[in-house]
Design a protein around this ligand. Structure first.
Ligand code: FES
Length: 260
């Protein structure tokens, strides 16, 4: 007898609205609304599969998934997870559409047979409403996930003169690195937020580290000017030295640090 196919699905409710994905045309249950997820690959844990599937399907990352029941449908075992937070704004990257539904709306949608009973189970709040899936641990899980994941939050739509600060674990084998992402004439660049002169953050005294011309960064400690996009100091105590660049790659609608 062949072993059943393992499939994962995530349940995320925010402000009383449940996140659902529409199945694409052509496969099984085309056009039906479901809890986003998919097959567990060989050698993958269900939690890792859920993260991969949500990134592929929704271009967003589920945080802190906890097992939350299962369903069996012929040769498929569906493992449900309660998702406690989401990084990124979900969009239909690999599904036909996404929607946020109240319990009343969700009950009217056509769903695969395993999903509809879960909607009923979740509608337990006042008047049969959905309860949010976050909990007291959510804020800590979110900041830890932000540091662990390569994606730089807030990097989508980065404009001239804007700076996105980030902190990531594991770059260059170090416990963590703090960086700044800036727009330059040659596209976004990321640098370590450390002056080469003495290793203190460029913005230790003041946040305003991009010059109004958007062509230079300035160290707010002793005024060193760094040309963009090179990151070379053109005036100041560290003249001729470079800010340490952090390689980045496009990721969805934004940017991520390249894999260490
Ligand atoms: S610490 Fe940056 S110029 Fe002095």
């Amino acid at each position: 007898m062949s072993s059943p196919l393992l499939v994962v699905a995530g349940i995320f409710v925010k402000e009383g609205r449940l996140l659902l994905a529409q199945r694409p045309a052509g496969g099984s249950y085309p056009g039906l609304w479901e809890f986003p997820g998919g097959k567990v690959h060989a050698g993958e844990t269900p939690e890792k599969a859920l993260v991969r599937e949500w990134r592929e399907e929704l271009d967003a990352t589920p945080v802190g998934p906890l097992p939350d029941g299962f369903a069996r449908e012929a040769e498929v075992i569906l493992l449900f997870f309660r998702v406690r937070a989401l990084l990124g704004e979900p969009r239909p990257a690999g599904c036909a559409a996404v929607r946020w539904c109240s319990a009343a709306e969700a009950r009217l949608l056509a769903m695969p047979p395993a999903d509809a009973p879960v909607v009923e189970r979740l509608a337990v709040g006042e008047g049969g409403a959905f309860r949010d899936t976050s909990d007291a641990e959510t804020p800590g899980l979110v900041s830890e996930a932000r540091e662990r994941l390569p994606f730089i939050e807030g990097s989508a739509g980065l404009g001239p003169g804007q700076v996105v600060k980030f902190r990531k674990q594991g770059i260059g084998g170090r416990a963590y690195v703090e960086g700044v992402l800036v727009a330059t004439a040659s596209g976004p660049r990321a640098f370590e937020n450390l002056c080469p002169h003495v290793p203190i953050p460029l913005d230790r005294i003041h946040d305003d580290i991009v010059r109004p011309d958007a062509r230079h960064l300035v160290c707010q400690n002793h005024g060193a000017l760094f040309e963009l996009p090179s990151g070379r100091c053109i005036s100041g105590p560290c003249e001729g030295e470079d800010l340490r660049e952090i390689p980045i790659v496009p990721a969805g609608s934004g940017w991520a640090v390249a894999d260490p």
